[in-house]
Design a protein around this ligand. Structure first.
Ligand SMILES: C[S@@+](CC[C@H](N)C(=O)[O-])C[C@H]1O[C@@H](n2cnc3c(N)ncnc32)[C@H](O)[C@@H]1O
Length: 253
């Protein structure tokens, strides 16, 4: 059981490292996820573990992996793909989790007859590995329309029975890389569309404002900024033009 002080210290680390605001109702969840890391490292005291993650970058990453919520699925909120257009040659999925989002975007574009390059980033190295491998349990196929499943995925056989894999041509469109949304995007890169869906909800307004305005700089003029359907930019200062719920655009005034 975490004491209130230990819980506060862990929350401070998570907030500082990835901007996620864990509040009181996440205490139980945090305890069970932390317990796994304590067992794995053979550490008994939370204070010792806090010291370890300050000194050991690898364990800090494993800790952040353990506390982040990576829920995602293929073709989530696919109405967003309607705004994808053939001149959109560079697309960024900025909290891509295990790859279902960037691969769905890639399929959405191919089905419209164009082939962009897609940058897929996340803070969690664990989910990025899954995205790179592009192998998913067959249950994940449920949200994929059947004609697209046939066209863009291979079904595993033998020891891969029960799994599907994204076909190579599609895999080659997506590059996975670690990126923390609290950092400045590389100044030389500009995108036609940035998806930043279902992650802003974990940030408070201060962090959200910083992240959203940094991503603005990484967008090309007339580029789209797309957030999750349950999210909004209300209450923060930004320069985007509102297009429709969860879709914004960078337009010159
Ligand atoms: C709930 S998932 C959303 C995945 C996908 N965008 C979707 O809508 O299905 C949120 C993702 O945000 C990532 N994340 C959390 N904080 C982050 C940060 N500071 N920088 C980059 N990614 C972050 C988590 O690791 C997780 O994979």
């Amino acid at each position: 059981m975490l004491t209130q002080i230990e819980f506060g210290q862990i929350c401070d680390v998570v907030y500082y490292e990835c901007g996620i605001n864990l509040n009181g109702d996440k205490k139980q969840l945090l305890e069970s996820r932390l317990a796994k890391r304590l067992r794995a490292t053979g550490i008994n005291l939370v204070s010792d573990y806090l010291r370890l993650i300050k000194e050991d970058e690898g364990e800090k990453l494993r800790f952040l992996d353990a506390v982040s919520t990576n829920h995602t699925y293929f073709f989530r909120e696919s109405r967003h793909f309607q705004c994808l257009q053939p001149h959109h040659q560079t697309i960024w999925c900025a909290a891509c989790s295990s790859g279902e989002e960037p691969y769905s975007v890639a399929i959405g574009c191919l089905e419209k007859g164009f082939k962009p390059t897609i940058r897929a980033t996340d803070i969690s190295t664990r989910v990025l590995q899954i995205g790179k491998k592009a192998i998913y349990p067959v249950e994940k196929a449920k949200s994929i329309p059947s004609h697209l499943l046939k066209k863009y995925f291979d079904r595993g056989i033998g020891k891969w029975e029960g799994y599907i894999r994204v076909k190579k041509d599609l895999r080659d469109m997506v590059t996975f890389k670690r990126f923390n949304l609290l950092n400045d995007p590389p100044p030389q890169e500009r995108f036609n569309v940035i998806f930043c869906r279902n992650v802003l909800m974990y940030f408070d307004n201060e962090v959200k404002e910083r992240v959203v305005n940094r991503l603005y700089k990484a967008l090309k003029w007339n580029g789209y900024f797309i957030i999750g359907g349950a999210e909004s930019l209300a209450g923060i200062t930004h320069l985007y033009k509102y297009i429709e719920p969860s879709i914004y655009q960078k337009v010159s005034s």
